[in-house]
Design a protein around this ligand. Structure first.
Ligand code: ADP
Length: 638
């Protein structure tokens, strides 16, 4: 029979598996046991929703059989099993969700050493069997089906699937172990003590019994009528024993769980290869009773900002998984959190639809939201470096959270935000910014731009910094929306430096400005005429210091919003009402006045174009006609 080929990416993964270094190989057992446990979970779940499936949870188990004669190690389960199609699609390609992350990790870390390290820490699934076996046979019979199939592969050249006999539903994964070679000892995976050790190490909390036939050395019962002082006799007996303790981690006492155990559980369960930044292990009793174990990841999942990413916590009811990703347990702003909630308050066969409206679920979700916030605040206070790490991974999500739903979560999220401080030269919280602020500072200032360096050079920030006021430098698209949603901080309004009234004027200043504006009227009108519809207005700036001009926006749409909208919506989008502001105290303005007074309309028009072009560039907006602008600049030289 012709062999079917693995998909290209699976091939690469296989290759890495086979060649991975010896010390990491032992994790294959954890991976296969974990698959077996998932298969039991699926069957247990099926039995809740489908009355034709009658299984008792206590009959579900995972069996490990080493056989020195045939040099095979078999991991069996009596779970859901796989149909022919499932064998093909699940084992012939990388179907698992985690594999995408694995690939992302490889792409990031494409040096040989890096690859191997990733394998050691990452959940790599079924393929890991090829780290220790040169041939793998999978016998499987799906629940409710009378047929069984055999999947076989020696890794490199693809696989075959053929019908076979199998008495009971479930799956056997039979690994034909590789021969020992140099440093690499595969015999150890046939040794009972070694297998027990590995099960204890990696799979202790698996909720189904992992059974193995083990040898016990014990005293023989005395034959009847034997004398008191006859020597005790010993014998070796073989018996089936459950190796794992089966207590899920979240059911254990917090003080008794080591941080390595928390981390190992996280990495295996959620397919991450980095330790989490924080673990929240909590429980409640009373109106609702639950235990929860939540994790804050250290890195952004590769698909976090895509439609594919699904938020949610695993929901268990008394140790039985009832939903893999219960979205209603997590608000969107904390969608990066992973974890498990176990509550006996949910009936086992509750449907998704009913669950959505469940009041208890809401109570738990609210309590968890508070816990997550508290944990993040604690991290912010106690370990700034860690918090920065968190912030760079998920800060943007929190900002979106502030903006979402017309700012309904802003109170909750405000304390968690960080912005770059002009004064500190690093990130600051809003509370710390407010603390540093003098009473005479009229507003909480922020300035938007592409990078901190560019913002620091914006014409509008000069005068505000001169006054000793601190500015929050905002480099993300969403920031302007965030500031508008926040509105104010402890009685002081947020103000973009780009707004016309960013620096309030004294009565005298106002008067002087009015006089200048009056005097400048003919110039401003001439410039407006030259620019036509491109700007709504041309006026004198009250904020510029050394720069000649800048671009501002009147009305509800800011320039930052316009930029953002043009990115997300493409062509047609909201346009800001553009205003060109000129600095009446600058030399270019004086030149403009001279040209206007001399009646040189051509020159006024040219200067107007030059100033408008500059203002666009400074604001980070594209020129309408770069070639024309270049020609104009050159004309100044000749
Ligand atoms: P993952 O378990 O992360 O999805 P694997 O490569 O380990 O990735 O397995 C791929 C798929 O094969 C699983 O998602 C599951 O559907 C199926 N599978 C693997 N082992 C078993 C098993 N023992 N019983 C039933 N299905 C299994």
């Amino acid at each position: 029979m012709a062999k079917k080929q693995f998909k290209a990416e699976s091939k690469r993964l296989l290759d890495l598996m086979v060649n991975s270094i010896y010390t990491h190989k032992e994790i294959f057992l954890r991976e296969l046991i974990s698959n077996a446990s998932d298969a039991e979970d699926k069957l247990a779940y099926k039995s809740l929703t489908d009355s034709s499936v009658d299984v008792r949870r206590k009959d579900l188990k995972i069996t490990i059989v080493p056989d020195k004669q045939t040099r095979t190690l078999t991991v069996s389960d009596n779970g859901v099993g796989m149909t022919r199609e499932e064998l093909e699609s699940n084992l012939g390609t990388i179907a698992r969700s985690g594999s995408g992350q694995f690939k992302a990790a490889l792409a990031q870390d494409d040096k040989a050493a890096g690859k191997i390290d990733v394998i050691g820490q990452f959940g790599v699934g079924f393929y890991s069997a090829f780290m220790v076996a040169d041939h793998v046979t999978v016998l499987s019979r799906a629940w409710g089906s009378g047929e069984a199939f055999m999947w076989q592969s020696d890794g490199a050249d693809g696989y075959t699937v053929t019908p076979c006999e199998k008495e009971a539903p479930g799956t056997d994964v039979i690994m034909h172990l590789k021969p020992n070679a140099g440093e690499e000892n595969y015999d150890q995976y046939l040794e009972s003590y070694r297998l027990q050790e590995l099960i204890k190490k990696y799979s202790d909390y698996i909720r189904y019994p992992i059974v193995m036939e083990v040898e016990d050395y014990r005293q023989k019962p005395k034959p009847e009528g034997a004398g008191e002082d006859g020597k005790p006799e010993w014998e070796t007996v073989k018996e089936w024993k459950t190796i794992n303790s089966m207590v899920p981690l979240w059911q254990r006492q917090k003080s008794k769980v080591k941080s390595e155990e928390y981390n190992a559980f996280y990495k295996e369960k959620f397919g991450d290869w980095q330790d989490p930044l924080a673990v929240i292990h909590t429980s409640a009793e009373g109106a609702v009773t639950y235990k929860a174990m939540l994790y804050i990841p250290a890195q952004t999942p590769y698909d976090f900002y895509t439609r594919e990413f699904q938020k949610g916590l695993q929901l268990y009811s008394s140790g039985v998984l009832i939903m893999d990703k219960c979205a209603d347990l997590l608000p969107d702003h904390f969608r990066f959190v992973r974890g498990v909630v176990d509550s006996a308050d949910f009936s086992l066969n509750i449907s998704r639809e009913i669950l959505q409206h469940d009041r208890q679920l809401k109570v738990i979700a609210n309590a968890l939201e508070k816990k997550i916030k508290a944990e993040l605040l604690k991290m912010q206070k106690e370990d700034g470096e860690k918090y920065e790490k968190f912030w760079s991974a998920f800060g943007t999500q929190l900002k979106y959270g502030v903006v979402a739903g017309y700012g309904q979560h802003k109170q909750l999220l405000q304390d968690l935000l960080l912005f770059w401080s002009s004064k500190e030269g690093k990130n600051t919280t809003l509370a710390a910014y407010r603390d540093r602020m003098s009473e005479e500072q009229p507003y909480c200032y922020y300035a938007c731009g592409e990078s901190v360096d560019k913002i620091a050079k914006l014409p509008q920030v000069e005068r505000i910094l001169d006054k000793g006021y601190e500015i929050l430098y905002c480099t993300e698209d969403v920031d302007d929306f965030v500031m508008k949603a926040l509105g104010e901080l402890d009685g002081k309004q947020f103000k973009s430096v780009a707004e016309e009234d960013a620096l309030p004027q004294s009565e005298e200043e106002k008067k002087a400005a009015q006089e200048k504006a009056e005097a400048g009227k003919p110039v401003l009108e001439a410039v407006k005429q030259a620019l036509g519809d491109r700007v709504k207005q041309v006026r004198l700036s009250t904020i510029l210091k050394s720069a000649a001009c800048c671009l501002a926006a009147d009305g509800p749409v800011s320039l930052e919003m316009e930029k953002y909208m043009s990115k997300v919506e493409g062509g047609q989008h909201l346009k800001a009402d553009r205003v060109l502001e000129l600095n009446p105290d600058s030399a270019p303005y004086a030149a403009l006045v001279r040209a206007q007074q001399a009646g040189d309309e051509d020159t006024v028009a040219r200067y107007a174009q030059l100033l408008y072009g500059q203002a666009l560039l400074l604001a980070g907006l594209p020129l309408d006609d770069p070639a024309e602008y270049a020609r104009l600049v050159c004309s100044l030289m000749v």
